[in-house]
Design a protein around this ligand. Structure first.
Ligand code: PLP
Length: 294
């Protein structure tokens, strides 16, 4: 079971697995204000047969922060394991796997001031013990003979080959840096910036913002479209004013289909952004509106 707000990286691997195992995918839909539809979630569980629920903790498009803790509790009542995509939460807010009680949780180094090519997959120890290695090579073995091999204890049995040592050192530095600033402080800062930006953006003529209206239940990303200006044109105009946004489908094409748009423009905030920069964004959007005669 997945949701309609997942990043491609939390859809495509499950499509491949479903193809290989003959499993079926079920989707939890989203409401018009960008929240998961609780009835869909419960209905799929009640229908039975759901083995795994893979859900994003924070949407990279809508900003929605999902009630993961409550969903884990509910899913476990049906013997359904839960995997949390925390790529957009771990860098931005305190996340505690024991409190969530999730079975798996994944996040990426490059979204948290760390290097590309490295990330973290957490899993409960009893699951790691039951799982077979998915790759073979040096480092992960205990003993190798001509016709058989035995493997190290988890997590090492999953680390085939020479590990990404430099990546791990870089990611460790990023973790220390963010922990020193404090994830709670980062979350508060982003929540304030998001509330400030939502207020200002809503006043612009022709503005359509996607996702929940309330900054308490959303992370620091705001996806929008201004009248019928294409997101790529918008990104180019903002770029001329020195403002970097992302435009396109944000690796969430099923979500774009659900929203009925081909693309959106997305402003994203992090610990280094300021209210002054949001004022510049709003000014620049005003200019874009004038260029396109809105
Ligand atoms: C919510 C979410 N999940 C997963 C990913 C994928 O992470 P990676 O690029 O490290 O594969 C991203 C961003 O790329 C994301 O925003």
């Amino acid at each position: 079971m997945l949701t309609e707000m997942e990043h491609h990286s939390n859809i495509v691997p499950w499509q491949l697995l479903a193809r290989d195992k003959g499993a079926q995918l079920k989707y939890v839909g989203i409401s018009d204000d960008g929240r998961l539809v609780g009835d869909d979630f419960r209905q799929h569980l009640e229908n039975g047969g759901i083995k795994l629920f893979a859900v994003t903790q924070a949407s990279n498009v809508l900003g929605t922060i999902n009630p993961v803790r409550e969903m884990v509790r509910e899913a476990h009542r049906y013997n359904c394991r839960v995997l949390v995509d925390a790529a957009q939460s771990v860098p931005h807010m305190p996340v505690d796997v024991q409190d969530l009680d999730c079975d798996f949780l994944a996040f990426s180094g490059h979204k948290m001031c760390g290097p590309t090519g490295i990330g973290v997959l957490y899993a409960k120890r009893d699951l790691l013990e039951k799982m077979e290695p998915y790759q073979g090579g040096g480092e992960m073995i205990r003993e190798v003979h001509l016709y058989e091999a035995s493997f190290k204890d988890p997590p090492f049995k999953f680390e085939a080959g020479t590990t990404d040592i430099s990546g791990a050192i870089g990611l460790g530095a990023a973790v220390e840096y963010l922990s020193h600033i404090g994830l709670r402080n980062i979350r508060n800062h982003e929540r304030d910036l998001t509330a400030y930006a939502l207020d200002a953006l809503r006043k612009l003529k022709g503005m359509r913002i996607y996702g929940p209206a309330d900054s308490d239940t959303r992370g620091g990303v705001i996806s929008f479209n201004l009248a019928d200006i294409h997101a790529h044109d918008m990104a180019s105009l903002l770029d001329e004013d020195g403002i970097a946004v992302r435009s396109g489908h944000h690796c969430a094409q099923p979500l774009m289909e659900r929203l009925g748009v081909a693309a959106t423009t997305r402003a994203s905030f992090y610990l280094y952004n300021t209210e002054g920069e949001i004022d510049r964004l709003v000014e620049s959007l005003g200019r874009a509106g004038r260029v396109f005669k809105i």
